[in-house]
Design a protein around this ligand. Sequence first.
Ligand code: ZN
Length: 351
Amino acid sequence: MTTETEAASVRPSVAYSWQQAQWQRLADLHRDRRLPHALMLAGPAGTGKRHFADCLAALLLCLSPVNQVACGRCKGCDLVRAGTHPDLLMLQPEEKSRVIKISQVREATDFLAKTGQQGGRKVALIQPAEALNVNAANALLKSLEEPAGDTTLILVSHAPSQVMATIRSRCQLVDFPIPETSVSLAWLAPLVTGHKPEYLLHCAGGAPVAARDLLQGDVLEQRQELAGWLQAIGQARISPLDVAAKLSGDPLQTVEWMLQWVQAGIRAAVTGVDEGLNEVEAPLLEALAAVPEQIGFRFMDKLMQLKRQLLSNVALNKQLLQEELMLDWQALMKQSALLQQSRQQMVNGLL
Ligand SMILES: [Zn+2]
């Protein structure tokens, strides 16, 4: 497996293959000195927007770009690589926080108001933009409206609709959709051992970088454990509250996986379950494919609502939320079984 640092030393600051169109457009604008002073790189998480932002920041701060890519050798590139460039600022939530604090934004606006030290240009990278709450966003507005000197703000957003409209409207939106499956698999396959790249990509909702990151830590184990528990709840082999107590991961992750399974189940009701993907998850999808469409959609709505709540940075009681979620799942499975039973009886009555 190629590590991040190895890859970086081989081809510094090159955007991923599926980002070349966006890269060319922005690099041309930069060459022609027409790059907007505020960009918002927007699209689903895990497609490599942050990598793109890093590459772009490196290009903007490079003193002698080669073929519209940072040279990797000049003083600007050295400083960027070392993480000590005085004209590059990263703004992201501090550890264990989902929000960018107003004090952090004030530091950023001070930075943006000063003159650049190396060659004049300054770059601020803000990720994710939806982590700016109302106060933080308002504090940033002035810098967006009246940028000082040669300044570029690169905002990264996984959910542009959640970014305050006043911020969004002042940025040029650059779209990063989920790449084509074949392109993602071609990139992913050489990095993966011990798993099917198709399965990883499926788990990551088609986002290649997220698929690669699934190999780190025990995320995949957590996912398969959850799949097993959900089946066990459906078969009344374990109580929903016991499962809720066992869940240790991020509730947002739990909700996203369940959403993915329910959506896949609804699709599988039409197309059949792709059993080759993963043996642990196939029986779960079988169960979901049998759920009557109407209640499947209703449950999906509930999950989406929960996801929005979790993304909105409102303080939620994690334990309570997980208990409700597992009880809802149990109710879904019971309701589904009853409906299937009564349908069967109706069919039997007709025969
Ligand atoms: Zn350079």
